[in-house]
Design a protein. Structure first.
Lengths: 571, 714
């Protein structure tokens, strides 16, 4: 018989762990110096055990890092055996081939001791402002290897028994264009682990090590059971999906991410990426931890979203990643542009599973465009800012795609800094920020619109951009049209218009030059001619679709005698 | 008679909630009279009128004797949630007409896996968005000046669209409001007289265009509805013979304002209902000389927690309409943001009607779904079949089966059946009592997470606090929850069931003004900060005079600071003498300390000042609930007994039952015991001690022995 006390204890521990990781992530996000860390973008906190099992993960932070900490802890333990760890030790790592992501994402771990033995680890991660490399802010779009991407940290000790290891901190500071911010960010990570460890120690004091371990085992097992039950409910079969990447910016040709998803109907799932292109000589390679985060995300979109995020989620997944491919590169391939590939992997899985669950079918979405602007600043105090803009979301079975929003995995628009704080902090003047009329792929359900930005430089600066889905715009589905492709342009002060590539680094801009960024619209779903006329009318009235496109693409006829938005009365 | 109400006049609090309208009448001395009537959603004033008549009659107060009436209302929130506000035109800077269409949404928790998600959208039609040919820089310089003729031409176009209200938000109007003022002038000239025109420099003059613009838009959206409602309220009061009463509306930060001010700035009332409860807790704390109060308000569907320090509720400056988030705090961007002072509340879905269920991983959960008033808990016998917190309490012996005040008899058999099916069987527990106790404990754990958010996560030690409990279910859980945090003093006020309305009675008249200007405290001209505060002060005092007649004004100052390069600020209080010090050393030291307490980090980095706030308060002049000497102690005879299961005893034990109305001041009762009141039951756990003071307030001393149970914060 189950003791009712067990049910209560389980709930109390579950609550306690979630609050603890949340608290740690708040410390990291709110005290981080990097202005990039807006509202939980590119940061996380998690509790793991000494076997690197993920026990609890912060929920207000990005899902891009659900696998990062669990994949990198083993390398720390390998370098610094558990037996040699002391309370107050803190470790850091960023090597993408040891579970890391790219140079700027630093992962920090602090052991938590039970009866003198490290049993748990508090882990935190944040994208720090600058850690060297060829491009300020770490957006090494065209880096040829990890050496060009910035300082590489194998597992190192940041603190030894509570005392800072000064050598390491000096190396970090010396490799950053903004040393104070870099050190401040790493300090925020260390504080996050401190807060989390203290919470776990309170739980240990209350329940004891054996009791806590027993409940955690049961918690992970229950999560795994729930995952398997949900997976078993999906129609069994073999489903094929793929997505094509425009370019890596350095080599000719496109890059394919291909996946075969096999559901056995009994709770097992195999995701085999055989057929995916070879690793790139550019920076779009996704290290294993990143690919896994994307794979889990895509699979979870078809399951009960309330399943807790822990090791139990990963266990049912049999993920096969060919070595030397885009989704599992060999060192020292550069990984800074991994989001291009990880989102392609997500699109490929959603493409495959649309056959299993047509009610969850989605057309292709625009990619987040990342760009940095950097300058010498006043009194030679350099400034760097890393910014994002989103493309349109693909149409969904039953509803239009939202405009210029994170394609699921990358979250909502709150990660994009607002114009006023941006202009207050940097010599920029944003002249316009709009959605792009007619950029959403036409369809029975329309793709979301892309965005366009017009940013004037008030001082000389260098620009680096990374976009994709501009040559091959987000594909439509089931007869829906593709989204309109985006562009990167520079309008020089003298009126010359220069077309930039989707991936280009260190473009010199002078004061008065303008950077024009347009993101692609999402793909449409279903034939446009099947779109309900009242929806077309609503789009025209809201300016999302021009009257001309409404007539030509949707075959729409404005109601007689009603003035169009241009003021002219229609036929 | 002064507008604030003379000492002899009666004061009335009217709180319109989702289910009940509470009316409290205070005739100046003795206990307040409280009545609870059903809210009438179609026209809330029908319920107000009924409650008012009942309350005045019960208190024996003639309408003409009422000097002051304070109203708490959820109208602003409801208008936004139900999309029944005005048809608003939005005027913004050229190039930025898509401000809201692009939006600034954050997806939280389970929403992130939703392939069909829709970002939150404000109540604005696209063809009512207008772009003005103007631009101001971040330093406040006019880059493209807005000329009078251009503004007039645009105003004419806006007027031609026939909006009921207009919101104006130009980029960087926080730095220089001139263009917005020009635009407002031309709009007022072009629009029919009385059209509500809101400009962002007045409504929310802070950096960040999305939040400022949304606050302004929602203010305009709610404005006309609020104006109409308040003038109808004044009419109803006049009809009822209360024409002479000064009428105030509770704002979201725990102060009150005149109805005129509320009509101009309706967005200030967005969390009016939640604020009243915290204010009530604060007053009780003040009367009992408790400097730090944890307000715990648990009703039918949710539990709300907030802090009051030295009589001042903890206030934050952002609110999300229909926001979502973890552990009772809505995440910025998850709903529609409103930048306005609001009491800092954590709200979780744990109330008496919250449903207990077993999730797919086999964990027992309570809430957020509630059985509500209909069908209600299974034991109400009105068709509810799912087990609720109330059902668990009944099975445990915590509630009197003979029924609640409104005549509902509680059916223990139905409660047991619901618990068996919903909890015991899925968990594989044979013992129903154990299942019921588990539900009770999980409800405590859920609320404990929210308490942790408002205390520990804010750098506050809960053990420094006294818990004040109210709401229908608050007194039942208070002692348990307090024990989990090492809180030793729990206070249950008289009329605990209508705690919010009591808060309205004695609230102070208050106004807050804010300005943003990013300054380096070391490099700024020494008088700049002082000048900003002087301007805010004059503005705030001026606004208070609207409806006020005396000058006993308290001013409180605060500054939002951050370390240079950060995106987030912390609000730090500062005194007038500290503001006079060159370089502001006291302010900076305080910021570093608050930062350390909040994030656990001490940073040696330069700071910057971002926003400046002044809150002007004119204290309520009427009789405050004064402290009275403790009456002589006696041990009362119980009115009965119930057999109940407590964690401390392994098996059910008899517990004394007292009727609240028969408990005389000075009564001293040792737990386990229950005090059955009209609207709530107070649980005194084993080992705890209950004392009744001269005002009829219950004080529970939670023994150290009951702390450290299996239930509590991590």
């Amino acid at each position: 018989m189950v003791d009712a006390g067990d049910a209560v204890t389980a709930e109390v521990i579950r609550n306690g762990l979630l609050v603890a990781v949340e608290e740690a992530s708040i410390v990291v996000v709110r005290s981080a110096h990097s202005t990039f860390i807006q509202e939980g973008a590119d940061a996380c906190a998690a509790l793991l055990d000494a076997d690197a099992r993920l026990l609890a993960q912060s929920t207000a932070t990005t899902l891009m890092h659900s696998s990062s900490l669990r994949c990198s802890l083993p390398s720390v333990v390998e370098t610094f055996p558990l037996a040699g760890m002391a309370p107050g030790d803190v470790f850091a790592v960023n090597d993408p081939y040891r579970g890391g992501i790219h140079a700027n994402d630093i992962l920090v771990f602090r052991p938590i001791f039970v009866d003198g033995v490290p049993r748990y680890f508090a882990g935190t991660l944040v994208h720090i402002a600058d850690l060297g490399g060829a491009v300020p802010g770490g957006l090494s779009t065209l880096a040829g290897d990890t050496f060009a991407e910035g300082l590489m940290l194998p597992p190192v000790r940041l603190y030894r028994a509570g005392e800072p290891v000064d050598d390491v901190w000096r190396v970090i500071a010396a490799n950053s264009r903004t040393p104070a911010k870099a050190v401040g960010d790493v300090q925020a990570l260390v504080s996050g682990t401190h807060v989390l460890a203290a919470s776990v120690e309170r739980l240990l004091a209350r329940y004891g090590g054996a009791e806590l371990a027993r409940f955690l085992d049961a918690y992970l097992a229950a999560t795994e059971r729930q995952m398997r039950a949900e997976l078993a409910a999906l129609p069994a079969g073999r489903y094929q999906g793929s997505f094509t990447i425009d370019t890596d910016g350095v080599s000719p040709g496109h890059h394919l991410v291909s996946v075969t998803v096999t559901l056995d109907g009994a709770g097992g799932i195999v995701l085999d990426f055989a057929g995916t292109g070879a690793q790139s000589p550019g920076a779009i390679n996704a290290s294993v931890s990143q690919t896994l985060s994307g794979v889990l995300y895509a699979v979870r979109c078809l399951l009960d979203p309330a399943i807790p995020m822990n090791e139990g989620c990963f266990r049912p997944l049999d993920v096969r990643l060919p070595a030397g491919s885009l989704v599992n590169p060999n060192p020292p391939a550069a990984c800074g542009g991994r989001l291009v590939t990880v989102t392609a992997a997500i699109e490929a899985i959603l493409d495959a599973l649309a056959a299993a669950r047509p009610d969850r079918a989605v057309a292709g979405s625009g990619l987040v465009h990342v760009y940095t602007l950097a300058g010498r600043g006043v009194g030679d105090v350099p400034w760097v800012t890393l910014l994002y803009e989103f493309g349109g979301i693909g149409a969904r079975a039953g509803s239009d795609g939202p405009d210029a929003n994170g394609a699921y995995f990358t979250g909502g628009r709150s990660v994009i800094p607002q114009i006023e704080p941006l202009e207050t902090a940097h010599p920029l003047l944003v002249r316009a920020a709009r959605v792009r009329q007619d950029s959403g792929g036409a369809g029975r359900f329309r793709g979301g619109l892309g965005a366009e930005l017009d940013i004037e430089l008030l001082d000389d600066a260098v620009l680096t951009v990374r976009g994709d889905r501009m040559e091959l715009p987000p594909p439509g589905r089931d007869g829906g049209h593709d989204g309109a492709p985006g562009y990167h342009r520079v309008l020089r002060r003298d009126g010359r218009l220069e077309e930039l590539k989707s991936k280009q680094v260190n473009i010199p801009l002078r004061a008065g030059d303008r950077f024009l960024l347009a993101t692609s619209g999402g793909g449409g779903l279903g034939p446009p001619r099947l779109r309900a006329p009242e929806l077309v009318a609503a789009d025209v009235s809201a300016g999302r679709v021009s009257e001309r496109a409404a007539r030509e693409t949707y075959g729409w006829t404005p109601p007689a005698g009603v003035a169009g938005p241009d003021g002219k009365e229609s036929r | 008679m002064t507008a604030g109400g003379s000492a002899t006049a009666a004061t009335v609090g009217v709180d319109v909630g989702g289910t009940f309208t509470d009316v409290v009448v205070s005739a100046g001395a003795g206990r307040d009279e409280a009545v609870k009537v059903l809210t009438t959603p179609a026209d809330p004033l029908v319920g107000v009128r009924r409650g008012l008549r009942l309350g005045l009659a019960r208190a024996g107060v003639a309408p003409g004797e009422v000097g002051r009436l304070v109203h708490g209302t959820t109208l602003a929130t409801n208008v936004i949630l139900e999309r029944r506000g005005a048809r608003v035109a939005f005027v913004t800077t050229a190039g930025f007409g898509d401000l809201f269409r692009l939006g600034h949404d954050a997806r939280v928790e389970e929403d992130r896996y939703d392939l069909l998600f829709q970002p939150p959208r404000p109540p604005l039609e696209h063809d009512l968005t207008f772009e003005a040919p103007e631009r101001t820089s971040a330093r406040g310089e006019p880059l493209t000046p807005l000329t009078g003729p251009a503004a007039a031409e645009l105003a004419a176009r806006v007027a031609a669209a026939g909006p009921e209200a207009v919101a104006v938000c130009f980029l960087h109007s926080w730095a220089n409001p001139e263009h917005e003022r020009v635009m407002a002038r031309e709009l007022r000239a072009a629009l029919p007289p009385g059209t509500h025109v809101a400009i962002s420099a007045d409504v929310s003059p802070e950096l960040r265009e999305y939040e400022r613009g949304m606050t302004t838009l929602l203010s305009a959206y709610v404005g006309p509805v609020m104006s109409r409602y308040l003038s109808r309220l004044r009419q109803v009061l006049a009809d009822e013979g209360l024409a002479q009463a000064a009428v105030y509306v509770m704002d979201s930060a725990g102060g009150v304002m005149s109805t005129q001010a509320a009509a101009v700035r309706p967005i200030l009332t967005i969390e009016s209902g939640g604020a009243a409860g915290v204010v009530a807790a604060g007053q009780i704390g003040r009367a009992g000389r408790h400097p730090r109060v944890l307000s715990f308000d648990m009703g039918g569907t949710t539990a709300k927690m907030g802090l009051v320090r030295d009589g001042q509720p903890t206030v934050t400056h952002s609110f999300e309409v229909s926001g979502k988030g973890s552990f009772g705090v809505a995440r910025s961007g998850s709903g529609l943001p409103v930048r306005t002072p609001v009491v800092d509340l954590a709200e979780v879905g744990a109330g008496g009607g919250s449903i207990a269920w077993v999730d797919p991983t086999g964990a027992l959960r309570v809430g957020p779904h509630s059985a509500g008033a209909e069908p209600g808990p299974a034991c109400y016998g009105r068709g509810g079949t799912q087990p609720t917190v109330t059902d668990a309490n009944l099975v445990l012996g915590y509630l009197d089966p003979a029924g609640l005040a409104d005549g509902v008899a509680l059916d223990r058999a139905r409660a047991e059946e619901a618990l068996r099916r919903g909890v015991a069987e899925p968990l594989g527990i044979a013992d129903l009592l154990a299942a019921a106790h588990a539900v009770h404990d999980v409800a405590v754990a859920t609320m404990a997470a929210a308490i942790r958010v408002v205390t520990v996560q804010r750098g506050e030690d809960p053990r420094d606090y006294t818990m004040v409990a109210f709401g229908g279910a608050g007194p039942m859980f208070a002692a348990r929850l307090a024990a989990a945090f090492g809180i030793t003093d729990v206070v249950v006020p008289p009329s605990a069931g209508v705690g919010s309305a009591v808060g309205l009675l004695h609230a102070d008249l208050a106004v807050e003004r804010v300005r943003t200007r990013v300054l380096d405290p070391a490099g700024a001209p020494p008088d700049e900060v002082k000048e900003i505060f002087h301007g805010l002060e004059a503005d705030a005092v001026d606004a208070l005079a609207l409806g006020a007649h005396d000058q006993t004004v308290t001013l409180r100052y605060s500054v939002d600071l951050r370390y240079r390069g950060q995106a987030h600020q912390l609000t730090v209080p500062v005194t007038a003498p500290e503001l006079a010090e060159p370089g502001l050393p006291a302010l900076l030291a305080c910021f570093r300390e608050v930062y350390r307490a909040t994030y656990g980090v001490t940073l040696d980095a330069p700071c910057e000042l971002v926003s400046y706030r002044v809150r002007a308060t004119r204290p309520f002049a009427g009789p405050a609930p004064g402290a009275q000497p403790d009456p002589p102690v006696h041990q009362p005879e119980p009115d009965g007994a119930r057999t109940a299961l407590f964690a401390e005893a392994g098996a059910p034990v008899p517990a004394a039952v007292f009727r609240y109305e028969r408990l005389a001041p000075g009564a001293l009762v040792a737990g386990p015991a229950f005090v059955d009141g009209a609207e709530s039951t107070t649980l005194v756990p084993p080992g705890a001690l209950l004392r009744v003071d001269a005002t009829g307030t219950l004080h529970i001393q939670v023994a150290a022995a009951t702390t450290g149970q299996a239930v509590g914060p991590a």
